[in-house]
Design a protein around this ligand. Structure first.
Ligand SMILES: [Fe+2]
Length: 255
């Protein structure tokens, strides 16, 4: 079972909301998709942990749909703070695997020995994330029956990075109850939002943030300063789930 983790594509057609997404981001995403298609064996599943679009117009999502078209495998995606729920569901709803009905863009996908749950952590109009009691209730329900390996996918990291700028813009509501709900058995948490690859063991949960092909920040360990944009090489991780329960993480660098 091979899972590719992408995040923060920030694709746009005419208007970049952040003003920071590279102008040729559509071509870069095309190269990532080409790389995914070239893998043999191909990933069984692609996860995108939010900010698919940089502004979230329906035209943006139509472009994303075209860019992702060569991928035959299921795609699980959650919204980020630069996405728009209504437009994302309207254009990509039938393309995304396991998307649940309702006002949130939650997902559930069952694969070979693996359950993947996508959690909608956005607060409309704000960069920070939240897991309100309704969303945590959904998660609690979903976790009643899972396969041996469970992945949780969400845009906003529930753990601290150690940098106050990012941590103030991260998950600001529901963190403690989230940790209680996910319990003692190890989960794998895949996030985005901070635009730099980052890995941690949060309690017993391996947690990873994927970098962004659109723009990335320098996050210097121990620094309290606001991270600055940097020209770092981009890579995306492949989680290779082994039959014995172990998982290998490979990095694919895209020139
Ligand atoms: Fe982002």
């Amino acid at each position: 079972m091979l899972i590719a983790h992408l995040s923060d594509l920030h694709v746009f057609t005419t208007q970049s909301e952040t003003g920071e997404s590279r102008a040729d981001i559509a071509q870069v995403v095309e190269r990532i998709v080409t790389d995914l298609v070239s893998l043999s064996p191909p990933p069984d599943l692609v996860v995108i942990s939010g900010d698919l679009a940089d502004g979230g117009t329906e035209d943006d999502y139509r472009l994303i749909r075209r860019l992702l078209a060569p991928l035959d495998m299921p795609i699980l995606a959650v919204p980020g703070n630069h996405d728009r729920r209504e437009a994302m569901r309207a254009v990509l709803g039938d393309r995304l695997a396991g998307l649940q009905p309702g006002k949130f863009l939650h997902s559930r996908v069952e694969a070979d020995g693996v359950t993947l749950l996508g959690l909608d952590s956005i607060i409309v109009g704000k960069p920070q994330g939240a897991l309100c009691s309704e969303r945590l209730g959904w998660l609690e329900n979903q976790l009643r029956h899972t396969q041996p390996l469970t992945f949780l996918v969400m845009h906003h990291p529930p753990f601290m990075t150690g940098n106050p700028h990012w941590d103030d813009y991260s998950l600001i509501e529901g963190r403690e109850r989230f940790k209680t709900i996910i319990g003692a058995s190890p989960k794998r948490i895949l996030c985005g939002h901070i635009h730099q690859p980052f890995h941690t063991l949060w309690g017993q949960h391996y947690s990873a943030i994927a970098g962004s092909p659109a723009f990335q920040y320098n996050l210097v360990p121990g620094s309290q300063a606001k991270p600055t944009l940097g020209d770092m090489p981009y890579c995306y991780p492949l989680h290779d789930c082994q039959p014995d329960g172990s998982i290998l993480v490979h990095l694919r660098h895209i020139a």
